[in-house]
Design a protein around this ligand. Structure first.
Ligand SMILES: [Fe+2]
Length: 343
């Protein structure tokens, strides 16, 4: 055995659960001889198991070997109970090979089933090694996948910036919509974790514009009906482009529905009132506010009183009425702060 393998085995914690004491001892002996120094063997029914298997004590077992008695229902129930408190890799042992039992064991999330009547020490050692290696490789792949996805989300954020930089007046739009959305979300009582996700959804709310022709996107005048129909595709384009990224899955409803209206006359689905997800309703009002209050190629910023009048006009037609009140409250607070500063 290579030196690193020896160290790895000595640090690996195995738990053997078997009602049959002779098998239990055999397995414990075999695994210790193979270099696994931390082997804890118990009868399958044991009150101290929970403590040994779950994360509560800081570290959980690296692998559980469970002795299955195919005709003993209590033993099956015990295996199910262990699966509930332990989500690490498991190997089952049975008296002899039986396809039906193997299938049932694998259905319970156990990696494999080794017939004890046929294996020797080496077969057990090899199986334990294989199950542990497969589990570790999968964990590595998952971790890498997660890292790659993070990198991908960063690249997408840069793409949003590139998209917005084409038009100097929308350069900070997504960023501002994210700030306003988070302010509204906070007053609505969202948790810190939810506010982070909402902010990210807001950054990506117009990502679908990447699929809209530039002459429509940057037209310095009102769009024709035909052009507007094309423009209306952008939430669905964003949903389709971003749906392959697991890390953004929970954001898709907010991105897809940020142009729905409270009265159901929005797009793409014509959802009304609370049928539209809350995050989408929040982004909708933040987006409208930022567009009205900022300069665009085709218009000057709207004065504050006009913005307030428009928000009130949109109450219960375009916007969630409660969110209009929240938005007005935020604006009033900002004004008060400004006045205090100037005084
Ligand atoms: Fe949009």
């Amino acid at each position: 055995m290579a030196a690193h393998e020896e160290v790895e085995r000595s640090e690996t914690e195995l738990v053997v659960l078997d009602d049959e004491s002779s098998w239990r001892e055999f397995q414990e002996r075999a695994l210790r001889r193979a270099g696994y120094r931390q082997v804890n063997a118990y009868a399958a029914v044991c009150s101290c198991l929970e403590e040994h298997l779950n994360h509560g004590r800081g570290r959980r077992a690296d692998l559980v070997v469970f002795g299955v008695q195919p005709r003993n229902e209590a033993n099956w129930n015990h295996l199910r109970a262990i699966r509930k408190i332990y989500d690490g890799p498991m190997l089952a042992t049975t008296e002899r090979h039986d396809d039906a039992v193997r299938e049932k064991v694998i259905d319970l999330g156990v990696a494999d089933c080794l017939p004890v009547g046929e294996f020797g020490e080496e077969a057990l050692e090899l199986k334990v090694d294989t199950v542990l290696a497969a589990y570790r490789i999968n964990a590595l792949i998952e971790e890498n996948d997660h890292r790659n996805q993070r990198l991908f989300v960063n690249i997408l954020t840069v793409m949003v910036k590139i998209l917005e930089s084409k038009d100097p007046y929308t350069r900070f739009h997504s960023h501002s919509v994210a700030l306003w959305s988070r302010m509204v979300g906070r007053k609505k009582g969202l948790s810190e974790e939810e506010l982070i996700r909402l902010g990210l959804a807001a950054v990506f709310h117009d990502f679908g514009k990447i699929g809209i022709p530039e002459e429509i996107l940057n037209k310095p005048a009102r769009l024709t009906d035909e052009e507007f129909e094309v423009m209306k595709q952008h939430p669905v384009i964003a949903r389709d482009l971003l749906s392959s990224i697991d890390l953004l899955h929970d954001l898709l409803p907010a991105i897809t529905h940020h142009h729905e209206r409270w009265d159901g006359r929005g797009y793409p689905a014509g959802l009304k009132t609370e049928e539209t997800p809350l995050w989408a309703r929040i982004i909708c009002i933040a987006d409208a506010y930022d567009t009205m209050a900022s300069r665009r190629t085709y218009k000057d910023p709207m004065p504050q009183e006009k913005v307030i009048a428009e928000l009130n006009k949109g109450k219960a037609t375009q916007f969630d009425p409660e969110l209009v009140d929240i938005m007005l409250e935020i604006l009033a607070e900002r004004d008060a702060e400004q006045q205090a500063k100037n005084a």
